[in-house]
Ligand binder design. Sequence first.
Ligand code: LLP
Length: 425
Amino acid sequence: MTTPQLPGQPFIAYQDAGLHAEQVPLADLAKQHGTPLFVYSKASMLSALQAYQRGFAGRNALICYAMKANSSLAVLQVFARAGCGFDIVSGGELARALAAGADPAKIIFSGVGKTRAEMQQALQAGIACFNVESTAELEVLNEVALAAGQRANISLRVNPNVDPKTHPYISTGLKGNKFGIAHEEALAAYQRAAALPGLKVAGIDCHIGSQITEEAPYLDAMDRILDLVTAIESAGIAIHHIDFGGGLGINYNGDTPPAADQLWQRLLAKLDTRGFGQRQLMIEPGRSLVGNAGVCLTEVLYLKPGEQKNFCIIDAAMNDLPRPAMYQAYHHIAAVQPRPEAGAEYDVVGPVCESGDWIGRDRSLAVQPGDVLAVFSAGAYCMSMASNYNTRSRPAEVLVDGAQVHVIRARETVAEQFRLESLLP
Ligand code: LLP
């Protein structure tokens, strides 16, 4: 049996006696910057992006990084400089993307609940396209655009009703999800959109879910979307771009999703066969660009042996790493400087006052208080979902580039946490 590859390799890996991010020992980072600490490898992000870029070589394609996965400014800057557009879901994300140097003409706006103010903000910025998720939203966007004296480019997010075979909370393309417009209603919705003077039909889009590790759901969704494009164009409405969303999974625990370039080789072959190979293509990958580019460093505070379970209590918690509590997600956990002795089985838990505050269950670890652990696959949906629960300050973040270390977010202070609050008179 081969041991599964460590998530994050080759950019986050053991060298000499300890774990490194690129050329930087993680033990040094924990000592200098404290814990919990998010550490990202820039080379890992760019390498993940290059897999998509290779897949799309010679095509008219725009990669819009789904910034909800990790919206820290410097991370956005890495992708903006590499030529990416951005998939945003709020006015806040728009402001962040612009602050990081994004080209507004490469920004697309997804989400079921855009407010009028957010629509105005996005029109003013000159974004590329609104991914509209309901007919009610079409009517409101039309009004907002007319009032601004503009025409909004739109694509309809269509629900292809395929099962992405992932966790129910992150599956979005099935009937019964709040997302998108039902496949059967899409043609009528496009006809309505084409009749509204404040809107200009630009494309079509879909997103079927997240952490998808199989090819088949993508191929099925593509067939369903292309059928629809044919029907819409037969009705005289031109579809300029096709957006296939994001969702490609990563290796958390021996998962073996297809590589982005291989997946796209298959998908592009289908597009070519069906005669759509020259269309403008868009995708919205999030997790697969950043997930395995990051780890969270955390210090072991206490070991607490028990009758049924041993607990390893660390200084990171569900407010910093919410995925295990929210989705029973697995994150690999390993010592930054492994000890030679045999380990014991622990539940790795944080200090938050909830039984749901666990980061890993039944993990075999050789650890002592004061040791630093790395929680892997922490580049996506960790810092961007972090909260201040239990009045815990959010961690600092550093980005490693070769031997260089950039602090991209200072550790939050408690005073900053309650800056916006007021005492009663
Ligand atoms: N496009 C749309 C419209 C989306 O809703 C999402 C993710 C993406 C793109 C990017 O998907 P990705 O490539 O990252 O799978 N917090 C959850 C994941 C929620 C995903 C939400 N939508 C988690 O930690 O697993």
